[in-house]
Design a protein around this ligand. Structure first.
Ligand SMILES: Nc1ncnc2c1ncn2[C@@H]1O[C@H](COP(=O)(O)OP(=O)(O)OP(=O)(O)O)[C@@H](O)[C@H]1O
Length: 605
């Protein structure tokens, strides 16, 4: 039998570059990151056999904008001709040998063998002059083109070991070839690099990473040098901060600074942090490096133990990352606990801005909850207060589980000085529920709208007789809404009527509201469902005899006025309780209003 022919895959380099530039890298600017990274790796590799070598990276911009060139030189390990064929010209092949994703040892930053291709986003050709540090290696010139071809030639010149990369500005990329932009990007990516980077351009020379901040080795020093650390954060993250927290893992291999955001952020806000691997910025948008609750900080993190993904915009989810995330979270938690003991005012101002984050953390961590519960703010019928302040007012705290329930009873509870907390926002009810574990002398009780009726005063026997007939009429008027009328006395006087509904009734109401917006088929299914609730479903309109208008309505023979007045009171009570209105209730309100105006005008005539 004939052997099938074996062919090699061909790579369309143009297509490959398009994939990288449009789908892998967030912007062409990353070419400078990749070049700095290669230079750093090359120096690190050479220092393995020559530990005393002082690494150096120099960048030169010749000209500006179109027609200009950028040259990046390092005194690293260089490349032999064989290595060029094997690593440089082979896409996806790297000399850096740490492909093992589980490896704990990360010597080099690069490892995918694709980084250099990013240079094609800003230049049509990459020219490299390199001389390997191996004894007797000749200087070589490699020219790689975006069409996938390359040439190599030996050079008859004297050069020291190392590599020089030349890029000529491609039309449309002029912005990346100006001194301002190059200087800014070099700082951005290389400010923490251990090897000095010098940048030369027409009329200027600057050292990018003159002072490597010493909090890299010991993040704790920012406690005594806060202003410096805040300024560092402003330069790198472009925001003005007033608070920062040192971060460090137990291995000492990951550290950083967490800057507390000076404004309140949404629970779902994207959390992005800037991460330096081996002191080189690899990720500006790392999302997965801190616990979810830490959405109130923006961090600078440096590590030598995490594996970046090929795009560098995240890190591989593995046990190591889990541990780092946990320990960085611990650093933040510990600092907040420390503040509670020594700088409570500082902690309180953080809580005021980031209550949501603090509650998320307290919900997850009992110790933290015990430390900060007093300062957590809650909405209550006594206003917006911290739990500590509310507990000073009463050792018995009522709370609701939903915002709707709270709204339905807040006005009446307020009038009766009943302390009820709105537990409807995320984490709130959960935390209140746990309060007695922390403060055994505090009682908490979940309240439903039907519970406030406990504070209603019954009518006297003669009153009951007096209003019997009017109440019967009122009951009949409200029957079509499956609502009963009751006459009571309660506070505040200004509230004429209160709408109370059982859970079943509320369920039925919301099914009916959905029915009004559904297709006929779905509506008939919903009818079957809501029928199940009919038996148990009831609502009550409690009319307040303390209210002068209700007193007049029931005392006098209201006659023609009674049905309209009751319907209006019913709709008004629904609105006060924040219940959504059904179609017929809305039209009732409109018609009722007109009818009352009509009656009023006729009466006045
Ligand atoms: N300045 C340099 N000095 C020495 N060798 C270099 C230099 N730049 C590139 N190389 C060689 O070229 C290879 C390919 O580089 P490239 O940037 O494409 O990938 P990488 O750095 O290995 O991995 P990654 O894609 O993760 O950055 C490297 O593995 C290295 O062997």
């Amino acid at each position: 039998m004939n052997e099938p022919n074996a062919f090699r895959f061909q790579v369309n380099l143009g297509g490959m570059i398009d994939i990288l530039s449009n789908h892998l890298y967030s912007s062409p600017k990353v070419f400078l990151r990749e070049l700095l990274q290669n230079a750093t790796d090359a120096i690190t590799a050479r220092r393995k056999s020559e530990p005393g070598l002082a690494g150096e990276i120099s960048v030169e911009l010749v000209g500006e904008g179109s027609g200009s060139s950028l040259v990046l030189e390092d005194n690293g390990v260089g490349l032999t001709e064989e290595e060029i064929h094997q690593f440089l010209a082979m896409i996806g092949q790297s000399s850096k040998g740490n492909r093992d994703f589980l490896s704990q040892e990360i010597t080099f930053i690069g490892r995918f063998g694709i980084g250099l291709l990013s240079c094609f986003m800003v230049s049509d050709e990459i020219v490299m002059i390199t001389r390997s540090a191996q004894e007797g290696s000749p200087p070589l010139e490699w020219r790689g083109k975006a069409d996938g071809t390359y040439t190599i030639r030996k050079l008859e010149i004297e050069v020291a070991p190392g590599t020089k990369v030349y890029l000529r500005c491609k039309p449309g990329c002029e912005d990346y070839f100006t001194p301002g932009r190059v200087g800014e990007l070099l700082y951005h990516y290389g400010v923490m690099l251990p090897y000095p980077i010098r940048f030369q351009y027409e009329g200027g020379l600057q050292t990018v990473n003159e002072h490597i901040p010493d909090w890299l080795a010991q993040p704790d020093v920012i406690r005594t040098r806060k202003q410096e650390a805040l300024q560092f954060g402003r330069r790198l993250l472009g925001e003005t901060f007033t608070e920062c927290i040192p971060l460090q893992t137990s291995s000492g291999r990951t550290g950083g600074i967490a800057y507390i955001l000076p404004y309140t952020v949404n629970l779902n806000a994207k959390k992005t942090h800037r991460v330096y691997l081996k002191q080189m910025l690899v990720s500006e948008k790392a999302e997965n490096i801190l616990p979810d609750w830490a959405f109130f900080v923006k961090c600078l993190i440096w590590t030598d133990e995490l594996q970046p993904t090929a795009s560098r915009e995240g890190f591989y989810e593995n046990e190591r990352l889990d541990q780092v995330r946990e320990e960085l979270g611990d650093s933040i938690r510990r600092e907040l606990i420390r503040m509670s003991a020594y700088e409570p005012d500082r902690l309180q101002s953080v809580i005021r801005l980031h209550a949501h984050s603090m509650k998320a953390l307290a919900a997850e961590d009992d110790t933290f909850f015990r430390v900060i519960y007093k300062w957590l703010p809650f909405e209550s019928t006594y206003g917006q207060h911290t739990l500590g302040e509310l507990m000073e007012r009463s050792r018995k705290l009522g709370f609701t589980r939903t915002v709707d329930e709270y709204r339905q009873i807040a006005h009446i509870a307020k009038a009766q000085s009943l302390l009820i907390i709105n537990g409807g926002y995320v984490y709130d009810a959960e935390l209140i529920d746990r309060l007695p574990e922390v403060c055994p002398d505090v009682e908490v009780e979940q309240m439903a709208s039907t519970d406030v009726s406990l504070a209603f005063g019954d009518l006297s026997e003669p009153e009951r007789h007096q209003y019997y007939e009017a109440l019967r009429q009122a009951d009949a008027i409200l029957q079509r809404f499956r609502c009963r009328a009751e006459l009571k006395r309660f506070q505040p006087e200004s509230l004429p009527a209160l709408y109370l509904a059982s859970k079943e009734y509320n369920a039925m109401r919301s099914i009916e509201l959905t029915k009004q917006e559904s297709t006929p088929l779905f509506a008939s299914i919903l009818t079957n469902v809501s029928n199940r609730y009919h038996e148990a479903a009831y609502a009550t309109l409690v009319l307040n005899l303390n209210n002068p208008m209700i007193a007049r309505l029931f005392a006098a023979d209201a006659g023609a006025m009674l049905p309209t007045a009751l319907e209006m009171l019913y709709v008004n009570a629904l609105l006060m309780g924040h219940y959504p209105l059904r179609k017929e209730e809305l039209s009732l309100f409109n018609e009722g209003l007109l009818r009352l105006m009509d009656l009023g005008l006729n009466g006045n005539n």
